[in-house]
Design a protein around this ligand. Structure first.
Ligand code: ZN
Length: 141
């Protein structure tokens, strides 16, 4: 099991109208962070989320275009095919306080986003195709 040391902690306001996943990925890349934990709160004007059907092993996607609060966006940073991959899940609330959530895809437009990245120092963590789930996952120890 890989063991990591806590590295630097970066707090940054992500750019207005930028793509949420892309902005986190750019920040991690600019800071040279290859393994880490992320957390974001703020608001978006548009989002694209996914739900993974465990039986069919297919993602279904949902897009919503309306002002929504990011109640919670948590995830991690590791590598896939040699590139930084931000994997994040998001919970969003609409005007009525109704919450939707799921796997966060590119396609979410930031209204405001406060992002925290905590770097984990140690060996690179790479994702590989996993037969049981059909997902790209970290190797088992
Ligand atoms: Zn996911």
């Amino acid at each position: 099991m890989p063991v990591y040391q806590i590295g630097k902690v970066v707090l940054e306001r992500l750019p207005y109208r930028s793509d949420l996943i892309e902005a986190i990925t750019n920040l991690a890349s600019d800071e040279g962070i290859k393994v880490g934990i992320i957390s974001v709160i703020g608001a978006v004007t548009k989002v694209k989320i996914g739900y993974y059907d465990q039986a069919t092993k297919q993602y279904s996607e949902k897009e919503r275009e309306e002002p929504m609060e990011i109640c919670s966006c948590l995830g991690n940073i590791s590598m896939k095919e040699g590139k930084i991959l931000v994997h994040a899940h998001i919970a969003l609330a609409d005007k009525e306080g109704r919450v939707i959530g799921g796997h966060l895809y590119e396609g979410a437009t930031i209204f405001a986003a406060e992002c925290l990245i905590q770097e984990l120092q140690g060996e690179n963590l790479e994702r590989f195709p996993d037969e049981e789930t059909g997902l790209f996952l970290w190797p088992r120890s």
